[in-house]
Structure formats: C-alpha cells, structure tokens
Design a protein around this ligand. Structure first.
Ligand code: NAP
Length: 514
C-alpha cells in the first residue's frame, strides 16, 4: 500500500493514525493512504516565512519566472506517468488527465512568460507617480511589494495538478513561499506532482511545502503577512473565512467557491446557425469533461420557450453518443466521479432537481461498477423554481430552464445564482447581447459571448486562461485569481510611498507623471 507523505520543513514526513484512505473510484478499492495528524504546522509556516520567503525575495521577478519555466518542464517530463496515475486516482479519462496536467504546466509556463518581462527590482510600480501638494516637491508613488508571510493554498479534489500549478505560479512569481494542502481524495496525483517539484530541486528551500492529510490546526498558526487561497465549496469557504486563525491574524484570504454557471440562448438564434452549434458543443464539453466536476461547468441552461423541445432533443442525442464508463477504456468520454461520496451526492442532487422537472437524458443510475453516472439533463417545469438556482450538483448534470427570451428575464434568472464564475451568452443580436452582458456582469468573473462569428475561433467558456481573471462575487466566493499580472496582487502589499519628489522618484525609480 502506498503511503502518501507530507513535505514539511525540508523533509518528507508521515502523519500518525488515523490514516485517510485514497481510492480508485472505478471500483472503490483502496490504493493508498495518507495522514498529516500530529505534524507541526506551526513549524511549517515559520519555515516558509523564515527560510522560503527570504530566498525567493532575494531573486528578481525574471529569476523567479525562470523557476516557473523549469518547474513546468519538470512536470511535463513526467506527463505520461502522471496521466496513468490520474486515471487510477481521479477517475479521469486520458483527456481529463491531460486537461488537469497541461493546465498546470501551461499556467506555470504562462507566468514564466509574464514574469520574464518584469523589472529587476524587488517591487512593481502601481501606476504613475503623483503630485500630492501645491508643488511637485510633495510626491507619491504606489508600489506593490511581496508580503513577507506564507501562502497557504487549500485545493479542491477536482484539479490536483492545475490547482497547485495555478496558485503556485502567481505566489512564487510574487515572491511568496507556498504551503500546498491537497484534498485527500486525489492526493496520489497531487503527491506525485509534489515529489516532482521537490526532487527537481528547482525551488529554493522553504518555498514549497506539501500537506496531503488532515488540515488540523494549520489555520491556527496564521499571521498577518500570510495569505490563504482556498478553492472548494461555498460552505467550506465560509468555514475557512470565519476560522479563528484567519479572523484573529488578519491574514489575507481569497475564496474560490462553487458556481451555478449559466449558458443563455437568445431568441434570435436559429437551430441551423453556427451559434447554435457552438452552444450545443460547449454544453456537451461541460457535461462530459472531468465528468462535470469543473467549477466552471454549466449548471443552468436558459432557453427561450419556443426552442426548449428542440434543445432537449438535440442535446440529449449528442450526449447519448458519449461513451460513459471506465476512463481507462479507449473512446470513453465520461469517466468516474472522484469517489463514492460524490456519487451519492450527485444521486441525491439529481433527485432534488427532478422533483421540480423531468429527466431528459441520463439519470441517477450507476453505470458499471464505479462512481459513474451518465450526462444528465433535467428539464424544469418552471425555470424560476428555487432549486435550479441554489443547488450545485457537482457531476455531469445540468438543468434546462425555459424563459421568455426577454433580456430582462434572462438577467434576473442568471443573477439568482447569487454570483458565479462564468456566464455564457449566445446571440447575433448586438443590442440583446449588450443588455444581458452588462446586466449579468456585476455578478460574474467572466462573461463569454458566443455568436456565428466566433464559431471555430473561441475557446470554451469553461476554460480558465492564465491571462484572464478566474473567480466571481457572492456565492462564487468573492475571490479573484490569475488574470495575468493581476494574479500577483493577492500575494503583494500595495503601499503608497509619499515624500520629497527628488527621493521618491529617484530612489524608487518611479515613472514621472506626464
Ligand atoms: P470542499 O469540501 O469545500 O473542500 C475543499 C478543500 O478544503 C478540501 O481540500 C478540504 O479538505 C479542505 N477543507 C475542508 N475543511 C477545511 C478546514 N476546516 N480547514 C482547511 N481546509 C479544509 O470542496 P471539494 O468537495 O473538495 O470540491 C468541490 C467543490 O469545489 C465544488 O463545490 C466546486 O464547485 C468547488 N470548486 C471551485 C473552484 C473554483 O475555482 N471556484 C474550483 C474547483 C472546485 P477535506 O477534503 O479533507 O475536507
């Protein structure tokens, strides 16, 4: 039996009993165990602050960018081996496994590229210098400087590699050491990535630590310069945000939580158009890839009443052609959910949605022996019923919600999700699109606009790109990650330096106001 260990204070460490089982979701068999019981998290945080932080901050932004480039290469070198582990531990198809792993290496490489153009200075400028007094002698300059704490990264089970990579890329480039806490369910993959990172020797000592087991008292040791970046459910997000460690320390917190992402078909879209094909293709991707376990996957599909029958028919026909089952088998597009607990939650969730509608395709039945269900579409009797706007079923499950086609009703229904990661619109009508896009914008991190002219050109709305922000307000957690250099802000302190212009401009290299 494999024992997944923790990397703390420069050594691999085993936790005490009880050990958490790590399983193969294809048949529920145990493949590994992990624990971090009894480990000294206070020492780990101190190690990050006292050893990792100074070592990283001694490097320039371009030098840290080079570390990211080398890390991407080291992980990519083990790609084939990691794909096999991902199939076994994550229930992932080969395509799903690549999505996670290439997402990690791609994001690290993207930040390597963003960072190599940054100045060889220990800070970044935030805007131009400012005249603050009656004469230019009294001058101000906003700067970003790295925070001198530890970045605690808590990840959900669904992206064991990408979750680490995307958070690390921004933290390391900003100059903060990371403590990565992976979800136990998929900790075998996360551990293999962690071993690759540690054994590569690329990162300075103390700048990367890894916890696979119980989070224990980790948050109790936080201090004011630390950062917590959490990804998971809205419920756990609230627990983390309100924990005594966070509240008492004043550590900065970012929460990336769940989201009832909506795709909205406009009334002008005909079933023989490119925009309609794009709409169906994106829905099929979201209801198959990672077995629907993506935070950005569609949960609500808003369709004008006159088109609902057609969409139900076309979508269920396309979903019915997707092979569901053992992710190791060739041709399988929908693998297993991460574990039996997720399967049970999905079954219960489908039952609750179906109480207010009818199942168009799929359903709660188990496919094969694993934690596997087929892509499931539920047609709502009433698109405004609360359950569709409140319940996230983290599986290949979405609801078809009839609406009038009016822009105002689309906006109102989408906003009932309480804040989301991404909303996708499909229309060739510029006025409708502008109204709805701006109407839903305050409630989202991204608004994706599909149309005939984007067909074949755009990447799917569920794809998180390093150059664009990821996160959303309200229920989605209120956090913001990535977005190019914007992603560094979580790990840096903005400070306004005020004083004699001759000093501020000369010493801090501030650009002069034009
Ligand atoms: P979860 O149950 O909320 O757990 C998230 C992480 O928090 C896990 O690693 C969990 O560990 C840990 N955790 C739980 N209690 C903790 C505590 N008191 N202190 C510190 N850590 C704690 O979520 P999940 O089931 O793993 O993931 C699925 C959810 O994540 C879905 O709702 C999905 O929408 C959301 N998600 C959001 C994003 C995004 O970017 N917005 C991305 C991916 C997933 P344990 O498993 O040991 O409890």
């Amino acid at each position: 039996m494999i024992e997944i260990t923790n990397y703390l204070c420069g050594t691999w460490q085993s936790g005490m009993d009880p050990k958490l089982p790590v399983r193969d979701p294809r048949d529920g068999s145990q493949i590994a165990s992990t624990s971090s019981e009894g480990l000294d998290f206070g020492a780990a945080l101190a190690h990050a602050r006292n050893v990792g932080g100074p070592a990283l901050r001694a490097l320039s932004f371009p030098e840290r960018a080079k570390l990211l480039k080398d890390l991407a290469a080291a992980i990519h070198e083990r790609r084939e081996e990691l794909i096999e582990i991902s199939i076994q531990n994550g229930g992932s198809t080969r395509g799903d496994a690549k999505f996670d792993l290439d997402g990690a290496t791609g994001t690290l490489a993207a930040y390597a590229s963003f960072g190599k153009r940054l100045p060889e200075k220990p800070y970044l400028h935030d805007g131009d210098g400012l005249q603050l007094g009656r004469t230019p002698r009294y001058w101000g300059q906003h700067l970003w400087v790295p925070r001198e704490g530890a970045a605690v990264h808590i990840n959900a089970f669904n992206f064991p590699a990408w979750g680490q990579g995307e958070k690390m890329a921004t933290a390391i480039l900003a100059g903060m050491p990371v403590i990565q806490r992976s979800a136990p369910q998929t900790s075998l993959i996360a551990w293999e990535v962690a071993k690759t990172i540690v054994e590569s020797g690329i990162l300075p000592e103390g700048s990367y630590q890894f916890i696979a087991g119980q989070p224990g008292d980790l948050l109790d040791h936080l201090e004011g310069q630390d950062v917590v970046a959490f990804t998971g459910s809205a419920t756990t997000g609230r627990v983390v945000r309100s924990s005594a460690g966070v509240v008492n320390s004043g550590a900065r917190v970012s929460v990336e939580a769940d989201s009832l992402n909506a795709h909205v078909l406009a009334p002008d879209v005909e079933s023989d158009s490119d925009a309609y094909d794009q709409f169906l293709a994106n829905l099929v991707t979201d209801l198959t890839q990672k077995a629907g376990q993506k935070c950005t996957a569609v949960r609500r599909i808003l369709v004008p009443e006159a088109m609902v029958n057609q969409v139900a028919e076309d979508l269920s026909a396309q979903l019915g052609r997707q092979k569901v089952g053992d992710p190791a088998e060739s041709g399988v597009r929908v693998g297993a959910l991460t574990d039996e607990a997720q399967f049970e939650r999905a079954v219960e969730g489908i039952g609750r949605l179906a109480e207010q509608g009818s199942i168009v395709c799929g359903g709660p039945e188990r496919v094969g022996t694993g934690a596997t269900i087929a892509p499931t579409l539920i047609r709502a009797n009433d698109g405004a019923a609360d359950v569709f706007h409140e319940l996230e079923v983290f599986a290949p499950v979405a609801s078809l919600l009839p609406y009038s086609g009016e822009a105002g009703e689309a906006i109102e229904l989408v906003r009932r999700g309480g804040g989301g990661l991404v909303c996708a619109l499909y229309s060739n009508d510029g006025d409708w699109t502008e109204t709805v896009a701006l109407g839903v914008a305050p409630f989202h991190g991204r608004v994706w606009i599909g149309s005939d002219r984007l067909q074949g050109q755009g990447l799917p709305p569920s794809l998180v790109l390093p150059s664009c922000v990821h996160g959303g307000p309200g229920r989605a957690g209120g956090g913001e990650e990535l977005g190019g250099l914007r992603g560094l802000e979580l790990y840096m302190q903005r400070v306004c330096v005020q004083g004699f212009q001759g000093f501020v401009q000369k010493k801090l290299g501030a650009p002069s106001a034009s």
